[in-house]
Structure formats: structure tokens, C-alpha cells
Design a protein around this ligand. Structure first.
Ligand code: F6P
Length: 341
């Protein structure tokens, strides 16, 4: 059997573990030929293939990024994109496609599946916001990196008596902010799920610095927003397509906090540091489990499904149920963060 494989959207640590598992089990156990596509859906449209064998996956387990390359490109959104995908799959005589990606890639996968292609998807995103799975590949590494950063910022915050804002990734969901905030002992955690009240933040910081501490750590997700009607002195910065600009909310908060409290404040935008480097053991294990489950599913003739972690088990969930939905941070997790402030 010839099976296609691609990684789409933003890269994450742990992708190579999933690729390795698909190739190792697909070739070794089932005798399949695994045909990789370079740079996500772009490679499928362009017919840019990389036939994968054992030599490609040697020593890749601890390596971040993706050996296939990736791109933010969606075939259903470009003219003739779906036809080009179908033509490539036919030319390559592929019976099924394994797509590893986040919301955008999975949405594209569901469109291609509707056109009759057998697809098995694997969820990855440091944001952990893919619906239907308890965890996505890459999230654990991002939280580990962000927590280490908060720990490091703690000591300099205390030494200088400053308010330190740490901006983490998470456009639509605040999983990294909530978990790294709790693990790092942040005083304030701000996530897109709970629009913030700047006056409450002002009061909290003034009280804390008057009563018992001279420093504070604020962890903010890049997609966090002020509550409607909140009087802020500084406007949100959006890009030319209306998207959130990395660093914008951190800088905006710094300006507000300094103006309102007079406290010396600094911002650290962690950015792509959260997506780079060596995957944690948890991400290597999750990538390996999802890779094995995906190639097993393909071999059993399953299609239009996504591998998902449910409790301690890996299961298959219908792709149509997950594509296009955001898995938000539950109120309980945010309450733990604020309860421990
Ligand atoms: O989708 C994952 C993510 O890392 C988001 O958290 C972040 O907003 C975005 O990608 C950044 O995208 P890019 O790498 O294209 O700038």
C-alpha cells in the first residue's frame, strides 16, 4: 500500500517522532511505502514528494521541527487547489493520506476527505486547542519552555522590584498561559477565555506591592483581550488582516500598568522559542503513539478520523466532529491560576 504523509501549519517539537512511527511501523510491520510531501499541503499541490524510508528517520526522535518541512497553505482556499491535490494523489498512486496538523490543516483535511480521499489526521499544536483530544503534540514542550522562562524571570523580577509581563503564544486559547502560569507561580494569568479588567489588575498590583511583595509576574496569552467596556489608555494593535500582533498585548499591558501604578514594568515575548528545540519525553511519546495509531488505522481501512488522546488511551474520533472547533481552557484551570495568585 502507498500512503502519503504531510505536516502542515506551524511546526512543533514531536513531529519527527510521529513521522518516525508512521515510517517505522508502516514499512517494517506492514510493508507499506510511505511517501512524504514537503511543506504541507503546498507539497501535495506541487507534487513535491520525498519517499521516506528507514534512513530518513534515523536519529530524528530528539530533534525538533519537522524533517518534511511545513507551510501555512490551505488547498481549499486556493483556486484549483483541491483538483491539484487529487491529481497528485492519483499520479503517486496513493491509497490514503496521513495529515499531521492543527486547526487549519485539519480543516483542509476534512475538505479533501469530502472529495473522496481516505484521510487519517494527527493533532499537533503548541496551543493545545484542537477539539476532541486531551492533548496535541507540541503542547508539553511549549509549557516546559514557558515555565522555565517564568522561573528565570522570577529571580530578576524580585531583584529589581519590577512587574514582569511574560507573553506566551495562544491566539484563541490560553492553555500555555494557564498551565505555565500555574507551574511558574505567576501572580496574574490572562487568557482569551476570560477577558480581563485592567482596573482589577491595577488594584491587585497596588495592594500586593503595598502589603507584602515588591514584584509581580503576569503571564499573558497573545490572544488575551480586555473585557468589553474596559477603559484602556492604549489601543489593541492588529495586523493588516485583522490578526493579533505578537507582542502587542504585552506592550499594551506594560504601558497601562506603568501609567496606572507607576511600577517599573518589563515585557518578555517568548514567541517562537516555545516552538523550537528538543521535544520533551511526553511529546516524543505522544507523537509515537499517534503515529502508530494513524498507520494502524490506515491499514485497517479507516478514514476521515483523527487520532486523539482520551484519558490514558489513544482513540480515533471522526474528523468532521473536530475540524473547525476550538478547545478552550476550562474555567476550573483558570480558577486555580487566580486562586493561587
Ligand atoms: O498555531 C500555533 C502558533 O504557534 C500560535 O500560537 C501562534 O500565534 C502562531 O502559531 C504563530 O504563527 P507563525 O509561526 O506563522 O508566526
Amino acid at each position: 500500500m502507498r500512503v502519503g504523509l504531510l505536516t502542515g501549519g506551524g511546526d512543533v517539537p514531536g513531529l519527527n517522532a510521529a513521522i518516525r512511527a508512521v515510517v517505522k511501523r508502516g514499512e517494517g510491520e506492514y510493508g507499506h511505502q510511505i511517501v512524504g510531501f514537503r511543506n504541507g499541503w503546498r507539497g501535495v499541490v506541487d507534487g513535491d514528494v520525498l519517499p521516506l524510508s528507514r534512513q530518513h528517520i534515523r536519529n530524528v526522535l530528539p530533534v525538533g521541527g519537522t524533517l518534511l518541512g511545513t507551510a501555512r497553505f490551505h488547498p481549499h482556499a486556493s483556486d484549483g487547489g483541491i483538483d491539484a491535490v487529487l491529481a497528485t494523489l492519483e499520479a503517486e498512486r496513493l491509497e490514503a493520506l496521513i495529515c499531521i496538523g492543527g486547526d487549519g490543516t485539519l480543516h483542509a483535511a476534512s475538505k479533501i476527505a469530502e472529495a473522496g480521499v481516505k484521510i487519517v489526521a494527527i493533532p499537533k499544536t503548541i496551543d493545545n486547542d484542537v477539539w476532541g483530544t486531551d492533548q496535541s503534540i507540541g503542547f508539553d514542550t511549549a509549557v516546559t519552555v514557558a515555565t522555565e522562562a517564568v522561573d528565570r524571570i522570577h529571580t530578576t523580577a524580585e531583584s529589581h522590584n519590577r512587574v514582569m509581563i511574560v507573553e506566551v503564544m495562544g491566539r484563541h486559547a490560553g492553555w500555555i498561559a494557564a498551565t505555565a502560569g500555574i507551574a511558574g507561580g505567576a501572580e496574574i494569568v490572562l487568557a482569551p477565555e476570560a477577558p480581563f479588567d485592567i482596573e482589577k489588575i491595577e488594584k491587585f498590583l497596588k495592594h500586593r506591592h503595598r502589603a507584602h511583595a515588591s514584584f509581580s509576574i503576569v503571564v499573558v496569552a497573545e490572544g488575551a483581550v480586555p473585557a468589553e467596556g474596559t477603559a484602556m489608555h492604549y489601543e489593541t494593535q492588529v495586523g493588516k488582516f485583522g490578526e493579533i500582533v505578537a507582542g502587542a498585548i504585552g506592550e499594551r499591558l506594560k504601558a497601562e500598568i506603568e501609567k496606572r501604578t507607576g511600577f517599573d514594568t518589563r515585557v518578555t515575548v517568548l514567541g517562537h522559542v516555545q516552538r523550537g528545540g528538543t521535544p520533551t519525553p511526553t511529546d516524543r511519546i505522544l507523537g509515537s503513539r499517534f503515529g502508530v495509531a494513524a498507520i494502524d488505522a490506515v491499514t485497517q481501512g479507516r478514514s476521515s478520523v483523527m487520532t486523539a488522546l482520551r484519558g490514558d488511551r489513544v482513540e480515533l474520533v471522526p474528523l468532521a466532529e473536530v475540524a473547525g472547533k476550538v478547545k478552550h481552557v476550562p474555567a476550573e484551570l483558570l480558577q486555580v491560576a487566580s486562586a493561587l495568585a
